[in-house]
Design a protein around this ligand. Structure first.
Ligand SMILES: [Zn+2]
Length: 159
């Protein structure tokens, strides 16, 4: 399952990539470009724009109207509809910035890419081979897990 997300869904896109979903995104995509990409590349169009949703659906494109206020609510809705897991495993994650699969990388190789304190504190790192971003389970990690746990609860309570 691959997705293309509209320009309003930048934050949700980053979350989906983190849990391993393949999401195409640009904050400058016009509606017509989104529809064309979905059609040509067989992507599911994710949108919070009801007009765009209707336009895409009328063309036979698989579109999903994203509801919910919090990221947890939005993720729960998507996971329920498309049946993917809300677990996070960085070995399966995509780079939130560029959608490339990140790779577990020995920390010795990253000494010049990570701040000294971070380098000293953590043992496991992941590198995006495309944009060079480095990831680790840092201060935000608990918050990320808490949001995903909340999403699982919301999903579980839906009929
Ligand atoms: Zn990247």
């Amino acid at each position: 399952m691959k997705f293309v997300a509209d320009g309003m869904l930048g934050k949700l896109t980053r979350w989906l990539r983190m849990i391993g979903q393949d999401v195409k995104y640009s904050n400058q995509s016009e509606d017509a470009e989104l529809i064309a990409a979905a059609e040509k590349e067989h992507l599911v169009l994710l949108t919070r724009d009801l007009e765009l949703y209707k336009r895409a659906s009328a063309k036979g494109i698989d579109a999903f109207y994203v509801e919910g206020q919090t990221e947890a609510e939005k993720l729960a809705g998507l996971a329920a509809r498309f049946g993917f897991s809300l677990a996070i495993d960085l070995n399966r994650s995509r780079c939130p910035k560029c959608n490339t699969q990140i790779q577990s990388t020995p920390k010795e190789k990253l000494a010049d890419k990570v701040e000294k304190n971070t380098f000293a504190h953590y043992e496991e790192f992941w590198l995006c081979p495309k944009c060079g971003s480095v990831y680790w389970q840092g201060a935000h990690w608990k918050g990320i897990c808490a949001t995903l746990e909340e999403a699982k609860k919301i999903k579980g309570s839906q009929i």
